[in-house]
Design a protein around this ligand. Sequence first.
Ligand code: ZN
Length: 241
Amino acid sequence: MTVVRGTFDTSFLQLRVPVIRAKRQPEPLPTYRQIVRAIMARVLPRSRFMVDVPKTKGRACLTFEDGPHPEYTPRILDVLKAEKVTGTFFLIGEKSQAHPDIVRRIVDEGHVVGNHTWTHPHPGTLSGSALVEEIESTDRLLNELTGKSPRLFRPPMGKLTIREFARVWRMSKSIVLWNNDPKDFACGSSYELRAKLSRRPIEPGNIVLMHDNQPFSGDVLSETISHAKRRGIRFSELPIQ
Ligand SMILES: [Zn+2]
């Protein structure tokens, strides 16, 4: 079954041939899954499937997932407030139930909340109806806490089968992936995350994937935002059509 996963590089759509230089590995050819994702991003409206935002607007979007976390999410919120930047938080239902005050703070401070399932199940382990229940129960809780059901949905690990995509669309959700992933979850220190972000700085059109259940994003967020602002990039919450 076709699985659609998060980060990918659409540069192959420009039919560029990878340049092989001495001491450098050639860029890997796109996989079948990457091709499917890139085609979907091209043919579907952003209101249904988003991996980026329009570059021409000079904007980028910070997205945080897997929270709320009692320590790391408030730290991130403090930085966003100080920088006067709003972002998008894809929340897990059971963690939102455990930390309702943080959910309310996220919304009160102007950020957008998206649905990231109730338990963050591993992709492919649930039936279609169980996935729908994960999404609906999270919607119900977030509606109770914030007065609104999220329109945005991000699948755990960015993976959904085509059949699951169809189910989520029938729930009138916009599916949101990303096109800039510094892999904060794999970093062992702030230094390592800083190095990753400097190798691939935020660009206009980026949807940046970060995790607010990880310790280092809050450490490097302020300098990351400042660096992008100095290059003329403005930040918005999703969606930007
Ligand atoms: Zn996640």
